[in-house]
Ligand binder design. Sequence first.
Ligand SMILES: [Zn+2]
Length: 172
Amino acid sequence: MHNDHVGTFFDFPNATFHLQDEEMQFVTGRHMRDAVFSRPYEVDHVVGLVRLVFGDRVDFHRGDAEIAPGVSVHHIGGHTMGLQAVRVQTRRGWVVLASDASHYYEHMESGRCFPLVFDVGELLEGYATLQRLAASPGHIIPGHDPLVLKRYPPPSPALAGIAVRLDVDPVE
Ligand SMILES: [Zn+2]
């Protein structure tokens, strides 16, 4: 629920949101009193998601869950208490959208840790979980690495620099 991941949730009025129990616990609990943990959240986003809970628009998960055929969510933790990765079956096999389980390729490849972290041990174990879920290390997509736009082709020329296809092999 960090602001850079959930900030446009209100643009999807018909969506059901999939959330780990531990993320909602984190953003409404004691740790939000500490600025180091609360800064990446917007209180209006958190309250907005709570309102959606009351409207039955949030599906909660505790760990792994298949949310559609070939699409599953997996609790990783580490970066935040309830961080989850998403795994998708594609024509080249299981692709894992790591989100902030690995900000850059280099974090998981060198076993390093992005400094904004709730539980370092859980974050480091998350790298092994990503590997276990993906068809190969090349099937793991970090959440914030500009190299993703370089390694994968856009679905159309108009979307160059904006979106990429992850169901095809990387170019490098
Ligand atoms: Zn984040």
